[in-house]
Design a protein around this ligand. Structure first.
Ligand SMILES: Cc1ncc(COP(=O)(O)O)c(C=O)c1O
Ligand SMILES: N[C@@H](CCOP(=O)(O)O)C(=O)O
Length: 469
């Protein structure tokens, strides 16, 4: 299995190099040269299997012959040991034909753990085999950062630095990044919003000298390893509800487009998905794009679902590339237009290709709060604001012909103020996070400037120190 860049100007790589590389050297994102596929009978055989078994079958398609089956099995078993729920990602019914896929049972209570726990074990293993070190960076609007520091803490071959927008994440999210004592972890608050943090990460990758000096790698969903691991739960959920004999729809609270893009990948691999519904908060660039065909960056507005306060949605580039018939020149032209003017217009046929699989909707702040309140009143379940955005949008897309699965991407206790305001219930953190709110915090505040951020990361990078010797 080889991977190519969406911008067509970086070398094709195998799975392990793709995982360590993160972003392609031409600024593009890696995608498989062709989609791996399952037959309907292979998909049917996933029904009722443990999550780890499905993960092994799915990941083998992405890994090819680069990692032996026994090693892959061990990496998967290690990754999902940190999930106390035996189903890893359980399904819960909230209404006729409407289910929640709970992706928040991992160590930091967000869906990011599902891929990050696996990715950290995988990267560490590849680096150990090669005798190398890496500096892993991540931009976060709240959840990727916590999941990354948790997954990489104490690992001997990796230093991890997460960039979060100062004052724009919840207190629980911030503390999950700032209260760790391991030397290989640093949290950096930048004066800006998530898009600034993400632009800084991409600029670090474009700075060849820095990239080589610190052996840069990335753990955002620009890293194909994240997408690959996120495809697994689409297979698990859909087969539990009757796939491949019947189609299933998914509604996904969307920001950087990594989670829903994993659903699209599962569909390309043969999973019969009816609709993939993009749910946005008022930062609705993706919803507007589907309605108008014009991708146009606006201001980032703070909301009760801060992890989705994103305008520049990285993985949309992967979808563009696919919708344009893998035409890397058109993708490159659009991405250059985006950089220069903050917008581009989709070709008619690309937009209609996207609309074949995707629908979209937006929930504003009042609708989000009302959904939290109503779901609690009707089911007794307390949902977080990101999940509520998706439930609100999903309810407008329910159809009798196929079950709707809404992805529940975070535990409500990560956003206690918003949840309490909406429902009157203040969700408590699970016992395993006891003490989080009392621990001492360590983080550095830097301006959203490349030089300042690189200086800060370099100062703690052991890969840079080895390079300097
Ligand atoms: C809780 C939560 N829900 C939804 C999202 C949006 O997911 P994606 O960026 O993959 O679209 C995020 C952040 O990515 C998140 O942390
Ligand atoms: N919502 C994310 C933003 C980064 O998304 P990623 O999936 O590309 O890492 C966050 O919570 O940090």
């Amino acid at each position: 299995m080889r991977y190519v860049s969406t911008r067509g100007q970086a070398p094709a790589l195998g799975f392990r190099d793709v995982v360590l590389t993160g972003l392609a050297s031409d600024g593009g994102l890696y995608v498989p040269e062709e989609w791996p596929a399952f037959s309907p009978s292979e998909i049917a055989a996933f029904a009722g299997r443990p999550y780890q078994d499905v993960a092994l079958a799915v990941m083998r398609r992405f890994v090819g012959d680069e990692i032996g089956e026994a090693k892959l099995k061990t990496l998967i078993a290690d990754a999902y040991r940190s999930f106390p729920h035996p189903a890893v990602t359980p399904l819960v019914q909230i209404a006729p034909n409407h289910f929640l896929l709970e992706l928040f049972h991992g160590p930091t209570l967000a869906f990011k753990d599902v891929a990050m726990q696996f990715l950290a074990a995988l990267m560490d293993d590849i680096l150990a085999e090669r005798g190398e070190r890496a500096t892993v960076v991540g931009a976060t609007s709240g959840d990727t950062g916590g999941a990354a520091v948790e997954a990489f803490r104490g690992r001997s071959r990796v230093d991890v630095a997460v960039l979060f927008p100062e004052g724009r994440v919840s207190e629980v999210q911030r503390r999950q990044m700032t209260t760790l004592s391991e030397d290989n972890v640093q949290a950096i608050a930048i004066k800006g919003h998530f898009d600034d943090a993400q632009a800084l990460v991409k600029a670090m990758f474009a700075d060849k000298g820095f990239r080589e000096e610190v052996s840069l790698s990335g753990v955002n969903s620009i890293n194909w390893g994240r997408i690959a691991a996120q495809t697994v739960y689409y297979f698990v959920a859909a087969t539990a509800l009757g796939a491949p004999s019947r189609k299933v729809s998914f509604t996904v609270p969307t920001g950087n487009f990594g989670n829903i893009f994993a659903g699209y990948v599962a569909a390309q691999m043969g999973l019969p998905i009816d609709r993939l519904v993009i749910a946005t908060n008022v930062n609705d660039i993706l919803h507007r794009t589907l309605e108008s065909g014009r991708y146009e960056v606006g201001d980032v507005v703070p909301t009760a679902s801060p992890s989705m306060d994103i305008q520049v949605s990285s993985n949309f580039e992967r979808l563009l590339f696919a919708a344009e018939g893998r035409d890397d020149k058109t993708t490159l032209r659009h991405m250059e237009g985006l950089k220069q003017s903050g917008s581009f217009t989709l070709e008619e046929k690309s937009l209609s290709a996207i609309k074949t699989d995707f629908s979209s909707g937006r929930a504003d702040e009042a609708e989000t709060a009302e959904t939290i309140r109503r779901v609690h009143a009707q089911t007794g379940l307390v949902i977080d604001p990101h999940t509520a955005v998706a439930v609100s949008v999903a309810e407008r897309h329910l159809q009798p012909s196929s079950p709707m699965v809404t992805l529940a991407t975070a535990h409500p206790a990560k956003f206690p103020d918003a949840v309490e305001k909406a429902s009157g219930i203040r969700p408590a953190l699970p016992e395993r996070l006891a003490g989080l709110m009392e621990r001492k915090e360590h983080f550095t505040v830097v301006p959203a400037e490349l030089e300042a951020v690189e200086r800060q990361i370099r100062s703690r990078s052991r890969a840079a120190q080895v390079e300097a010797l």
